[in-house]
Design a protein around this ligand. Sequence first.
Ligand code: NAP
Length: 322
Amino acid sequence: MQYVKLGSTGLDVSRICLGCMTYGLPDRGTHAWTLDEEASRPLIRQALEAGINFFDTANVYSDGTSEEIVGKALRDFADRDEIVLATKVHGRMRPGPNGGGLSRKAVMSEIDHSLRRLGTDYVDLYQIHRYDHATPVEETMEALHDLVRVGKVRYIGASSMYAWEFSKAQYTAERHGWTKFVSMQNHYNLLYREEEREMLPLCADQGVGVLPWSPLARGRLTRDWGKVTRRSAADSFGDQLYLEGDRAIVEAVTRIAGDRGVSPAQVALAWLLHQDTVAAPIVGAAKPRHIEDAVAAVELELSDKEIEELQQSYTPRAISGH
Ligand SMILES: NC(=O)c1ccc[n+]([C@@H]2O[C@H](COP(=O)([O-])OP(=O)(O)OC[C@H]3O[C@@H](n4cnc5c(N)ncnc54)[C@H](OP(=O)(O)O)[C@@H]3O)[C@@H](O)[C@H]2O)c1
């Protein structure tokens, strides 16, 4: 495994982050395709044994059960000091007032709930899952800064939003001497490259580490177009994100993978790992082979010609996934 500094921080993260949205009780929350605890634990252990030190979950994943399963597995299989544990806040955890969002009240409560479920007294990277238009950004940034000051959080990060929103949060923090975001977790892969317009240049300029979510387009970049799996059949969010015309990109991935004798997943991840701002794609792994491919992708060098071939069929599209 290779390790890289996350953005301009001193934090070492593996070049593959394990996406833990895959792990959680299927009958809790909105992801019926997740793996339960028994099925999840061997994969988390395999990731650790492969040198992956970076794990991403969220309070909302499977109604908190992702944090519970991941926290317990990491306590059983890893040394807390050696791993980088990331979670998120913003999504709705219960109906009614203050059940979600980024108010001071919500942030302060949700970190405590996440720490309890994870079974740890600090989170390495605490990320806002989305921008909260109903809360002043000053309120959110000061609350996050206070979490860093009291030691519940080491670094803070953000996830999908417009570049102007991210910029506003960053300059608000800077103006007040508060902690700034060190990472951007955004939707970026061969089938969705709108982030190349504004967000990626902003992150490059500001030394923010990029952590692409759904780097394999939720599996679409790993298999023949139209092939349905248990997850893809139940993934209504994924259905909104990609276009019929993306088939040509998937075919290019498959062609290059065939020529190289590697899997399509390796090619799609290698392309992301070649992008300057990308620190670590957050890979969803539901089978041992998925982790093996992700780890192998770190060593796969693509030629300029292959990169051109992978990129040439992309068509600009409307912003989605925010
Ligand atoms: N911040 C956000 O808003 C946000 C949003 C989404 C995700 N995330 C984060 O990103 C992580 C990854 O998301 P994701 O699961 O959608 O990512 P992904 O890596 O694009 O998709 C994972 C799926 O791709 C397929 N796959 C993965 N490796 C494969 C391989 N080597 N060969 C064949 N198929 C393979 C599997 O699909 P099948 O199971 O269908 O076979 C797997 O479930 C999440 O766990 C979460 O931490 C964040």
